[in-house]
Design a protein around this ligand. Sequence first.
Ligand SMILES: Cc1cc2nc3c(=O)[nH]c(=O)nc-3n(C[C@H](O)[C@H](O)[C@H](O)COP(=O)(O)OP(=O)(O)OC[C@H]3O[C@@H](n4cnc5c(N)ncnc54)[C@H](O)[C@@H]3O)c2cc1C
Length: 477
Amino acid sequence: MTARPIRDPAPALIAGLKAIVGPNGWIADPADQERYLVDERRLFRGRTPLVVRPGTTDEVSRVVALCAAHDAAIVPQGGNTGLVGGGVPYESGDQIVLSLARMNRIRSVSALDYAMTVDAGCILVDIQEAARRVDRLFPLSLAAEGTCTIGGNLSTNAGGVNVLRYGSARDLVLGLEVVLADGRIWNGLRGLRKDNTGYDLKHVFMGAEGTLGIITGAVLKLFPLPRQVRTGFVGVPSVRAAVDLLSRLQGATGGRITAFEVLPRFGLDLVLTHIEGTKDPLPAAHPWYVLFDASSGDDGEALTTSLESALAAALDAGLVVDATLAVSEAQARALWRIRETLPEAQKPAGGSIKHDVSVPITRFAELIERAQAAVLATVPGVRPLPFGHLGDGNVHLNFSQPLGGDTAAFMAEWERVNHLVHDIVHELGGSISAEHGLGRLKREEIRRYKPPLELELMRTLKTALDPKGLLNPGKVL
Ligand SMILES: Cc1cc2nc3c(=O)[nH]c(=O)nc-3n(C[C@H](O)[C@H](O)[C@H](O)COP(=O)(O)OP(=O)(O)OC[C@H]3O[C@@H](n4cnc5c(N)ncnc54)[C@H](O)[C@@H]3O)c2cc1C
C-alpha cells in the first residue's frame, strides 16, 4: 500500500466530525489529548487534529463515512493499554483518533444463553462483574483489565492468564458488530453457537488491530462460575520441571488447571524489593516458580485431594522442591499480586528489551535456555527475566539491562537482541507475537518470519475491506 501524502485536514471535516459527536464528543486541545497520543510503553508519541468520542454505533458509522469522504485516516482506540503502539496516531498529525471509550453500555445479559451483548468500549473488569452478578464467568483476564476495553481485547485477540482453559479473546465471541471502512454497519450480533452459513466473518476483524473495521459491539460467551478456585505457588528446580508439572497436574485433575504461570527467582526478588506489602510465599529461595489456578464446579474437596497427591508425587520425582496452596481468597490474591505486579517491579531495574513469544510447550524450556545463552553471549551482564503463560507456551522473554550499565546504550541493542531471540523462536516453530499483536512495533519484524504468501493474503484482505487504506494505516502491514 503506498503512503498517502500528509496534508492538513479540511476544516469541513473537523466541523462535520464535531457536529456528529456533539460538544462532549471531541477533544481538540493538544494538552487534553495527551493520553490518547502516547502509548502505554511510551515508545510512540503522535499528533492528531481531533480525538472523536462517539457515543453510539450510528455516530461511529457517520464519523467513519465522513472521514472516508475526506480520505482522512482513522486510528481506533479503546483503553490505550496496548503494548505494540497500535492505538496511537503517527507523528504526521493528520490522523483522526476514534476513541470508543464513551460506548460503555452492557446491552443485555442472558444467563440461560450463557451470553452477553456489550458495547466495544466496555471496560473488561465491568464485563467480568456483570457476568458474576448472574452467576456466570467471563474468563478473559489480564493485568490491564481495569483499563482495557473489550473492543481493544478483541482487536488484539488478547490472551491473559486463562487461555489454557478458555482460549484467547477470539474464542470467547459469538457475534460482532463492525463499522466498515466506508461507514456501513455490519450487524453480526447473532449470538449463535452454531452457524455454518459461509465464511466466519467475525474472525477477520478479531486480531486485526483496527486495520479492517471498527468493532462497536460484541456478543460474548459466558461460562459457569467455578465454585472453588485453588491457587498454588510452587518452587521448581527448572523450567523443564515446570513443563512436566503442568502435564501431571492436568492429568491428576482431569484438565481443571485454568492458569499456569512461570517466573524466575530474579522476578520474585524484584517484586519483593519494589512492591509494597508483598512477601515470599515459600521459606527458601528456588530458581523458578509456578503459580497456578485449578477450578472446580463443586466444593473443591476432590480437587484439593488430587492436587495435594499430584504435588506430593512430583516432590518425590524431584519436579517440585516446595509448594503452598492458598487457604483463603486473600492468600490467593496475594499470590496473584506477585505475578500481576511483576511488569511494574521490573521498571526500577532499568531498561528492558522485551519479547512476547510462543512455542509448542515441548520446546518451551529449550527456548528459554537457548535465548538466554544467546543474549548473554551478546550483551554480557544482561539480566534475563522470562515470565508468563507457560500453560499456553507463551513467555514474556524480557532482558533487564546489566547492573550499573548505561540505559540508552543497552536499549540501542533492542533490534539486535530481538533478532537473536526471534530467530530461535522461529526455528522452534513459534510466533514472535503470542498475544500483544504487531501494531507499529513489530510491523517490520514480522516480515523476517511470516511466509510471503501469508503476508500476501493479509494484504488481499486489507485491500478488499479498506481499499483506501484509511483504517489504522501503518499498523500490522
Ligand atoms: C499491565 C498490562 C498487562 C497486560 N497484560 C496482557 C496480557 O496478559 N495479555 C494480553 O494479550 N495483553 C496484555 N496487555 C496488553 C493490552 O492490555 C491488551 O492488548 C488489550 O487487549 C488492549 O485493549 P485496549 O482497550 O487498551 O486497546 P488499545 O490499546 O486502545 O488498542 C489496541 C489495538 O486495538 C485497536 N482497537 C482498539 N479498540 C478497537 C475497536 N473497538 N475496533 C477496532 N480496533 C480497535 C487499536 O487501534 C490498537 O491497534 C497488557 C497491558 C498492560 C498495560
